[in-house]
Design a binder for this molecule. Sequence first.
Ligand SMILES: Nc1ncnc2c1ncn2[C@@H]1O[C@H](COP(=O)(O)OP(=O)(O)OP(=O)(O)O)[C@@H](O)[C@H]1O
Ligand SMILES: O=C(O)c1ccc[n+]([C@@H]2O[C@H](COP(=O)([O-])O)[C@@H](O)[C@H]2O)c1
Length: 196
Amino acid sequence: MGGTFDPIHFAHLFIAQTALDRLELNKIIFIPTGKPPHKQERLITDSYNRIDMLNLATKSNPKFEISSIEINREKTSYTIDTIKELQLYYGKDTDIYFITGTDAFIDIESWKEYKELLSIAKFIVMTRQVLNSELLDEKIELFIKEYGANITKIEIPTLDISSTDIRRRIREGNSIKYLLPESVEKYILKNRLYID
Ligand SMILES: Nc1ncnc2c1ncn2[C@@H]1O[C@H](COP(=O)(O)OP(=O)(O)OP(=O)(O)O)[C@@H](O)[C@H]1O
Ligand SMILES: O=C(O)c1ccc[n+]([C@@H]2O[C@H](COP(=O)([O-])O)[C@@H](O)[C@H]2O)c1
């Protein structure tokens, strides 16, 4: 599961656990982006802080792992490069799924080499609000027909949590309690993240 995770919050953890359960996966790998292709207009928090928060949030779940493969890449993080690297590492007999929310997936045609990506990677797409669900379904159908894509859409209860909202709350001096794990909340306060 790729993401900026700036910071990780309960919706991320919930969709990861839902994917794990529904598809009976062996594990979830959280892959924080190094230089995200679609978020270059804003300054992303240092990768070591985002990794620290991921560690705190996932440490109680033995099926959750974190990978630094995108962080360690000098260049922009593209999902196609990540999938190819993972496929090489785990071998052909391992099924690898890329987990994403519908808000990210609906723009996949703007991703690097998206046609090839859709043909080599399996996707798990989690519903998220702010979405034209008819358009999404049309796209999924087209991708399956045109590129032989393997896409599993999972309907989840709407979770109105985002990293953007959490950062805004901190800037405005509001509480972020119950939107993310307490250990992550404490880490953010201690390290004075997102204050300006
Ligand atoms: N509330 C949510 N419901 C469903 N999917 C989510 C939710 N929050 C994040 N995701 C998905 O998790 C992945 C990683 O998300 P990301 O790290 O960009 O978090 P975000 O909350 O969307 O961040 P930001 O607000 O900074 O854009 C993306 O595929 C995104 O669609
Ligand atoms: O590969 C691409 O071109 C590409 C473009 C946009 C987003 N992604 C990936 O999609 C995931 C979710 O992105 P985001 O911006 O919602 O955090 C994250 O792993 C990004 O690297 C990938």
